[in-house]
Every structure is written in structure tokens, then in C-alpha cells.
Design a protein. Structure first.
Length: 204
């Protein structure tokens, strides 16, 4: 196997990025970038910690995924989840974060790199309440770099094409996965049957 081990080798293989690829990066939100973020209902949050890397899905109602108080700051409420707190554990030990925002129907994605801390300021938490339920913390992100990603990956995947939606019956369910990994201690059918109602009661 031939392995690339230096940046020089990498640049010789790929060349250097064009002007547009470099000009699109800023250290703050432009009006256009802000519009993309505020339209997105879904992002992935990447963090790093002593145990390694983590990438977590984040989703909310349109317009509620993040709040933009100024052009260098994003506020991301930590909505209800599985209580593993992998991302949060990482942030309190290593503030580096990255976000990838998706826009349903669009090939364009938006990348944000920055540093984060967790806030539990009561008024801030209360301001993010949905249906009477406030998040337990808010991730405060200071932007260091923001830029759009070209649409090739989404176009290649044909991600938004409903004709390509998967047949869920052909895929393993979360209950089946848990049952396999616990040698049956978690009952697959019971877990899958109860999850929709449990999730509906704990969405926010």
C-alpha cells in the first residue's frame, strides 16, 4: 500500500484550491451565511476529547435549531436525548467544535468551526423553552471559521430524492440492535413498540 505521509505529497496529488474555495471562508457570519443557518433544521456537531472524537446529530423545529445573537456567536440548546452527554463531556474538556448544517432540498451545506462552552444561565435556558420544557444547558459557540460546502456530496447521494428512501422493514431496528448487543436483556419488540410514545413525551 502506498500511503501519503506529508502535506507536500497531498498537494502534489490534489493541487491547490481555487480562489472561490478560499474566498468563501470568513471568521464571522455574513447575511447570506446567517440566512442559511436560520433556515436549517438539522446539523451534526463534532467534538473532541481525551477518549477521541464524537459526532452528534442535532435537530429542531425550523428556525429553532440555533439562535444567532451576533455575527460571531451561535447558541445551540441541548435538547432531550439519551443522556450519554458525549458531546458535552468533550466540550468541558476541549472547547473545539465543528458544525455541519443541512438544508432539506438543497445541495449546499454550511460548515462552522469554533470554540464552545456550556451555559446554564437560568434566563437563557428559559428563553429556549418549547412546550414548557427548557434545555438543561446551552452550547455557546464562538465562530472562528464559516464557509459553505459545494453540493457535490449531496448531489451524488441524491439525498433528498423521496424515490430513494430506504425500505425501513429491511433494516435492523434500534430494539433489535440493543437486543443483539445485550444478549437479549433488552427486549427488541418491547423497545421498538414503546419508543415512539416515549420519544413524543420527551422530545423537548
Amino acid at each position: 500500500m502506498t500511503t501519503i505521509t506529508t502535506v507536500e505529497q497531498l498537494e502534489a496529488l490534489y493541487g491547490l484550491p481555487g480562489e472561490a474555495s478560499l474566498a468563501k471562508e470568513t471568521d464571522r457570519l455574513t447575511p447570506a451565511y446567517r440566512a442559511l443557518i436560520e433556515a436549517s433544521p438539522f446539523a451534526t456537531l463534532a467534538t473532541a476529547g481525551p477518549e477521541g472524537l464524537d459526532c452528534s446529530p442535532r435537530g429542531d423545529r425550523p428556525g429553532q435549531l440555533v439562535r444567532v445573537p451576533d455575527d460571531r456567536t451561535l447558541l445551540l440548546p441541548d435538547r432531550r436525548g439519551n443522556n450519554r452527554t458525549d458531546s458535552l463531556r468533550n466540550i468541558v474538556r476541549d472547547p473545539r467544535v465543528a458544525l455541519l448544517f443541512l438544508l432539506p432540498g438543497s445541495g449546499t451545506t454550511l460548515r462552522v468551526n469554533g470554540r464552545a462552552h456550556l451555559s446554564v444561565e437560568p434566563d437563557l435556558l428559559a428563553s429556549f423553552a418549547v412546550d414548557g420544557s427548557a434545555p438543561r444547558s446551552v452550547i455557546v459557540i464562538t465562530i472562528e471559521a464559516v464557509y459553505y460546502q459545494c453540493a457535490r456530496a449531496v448531489v451524488r447521494a441524491d439525498l433528498w430524492n423521496p424515490a430513494l428512501h430506504l425500505d425501513l422493514a429491511a433494516l435492523p431496528t434500534p430494539g433489535q440492535i440493543n437486543a443483539d448487543l445485550t444478549a437479549g436483556r433488552i427486549d427488541a419488540a418491547e423497545y421498538d413498540r414503546e419508543w415512539p410514545e416515549r420519544a413524543a413525551k420527551t422530545m423537548w
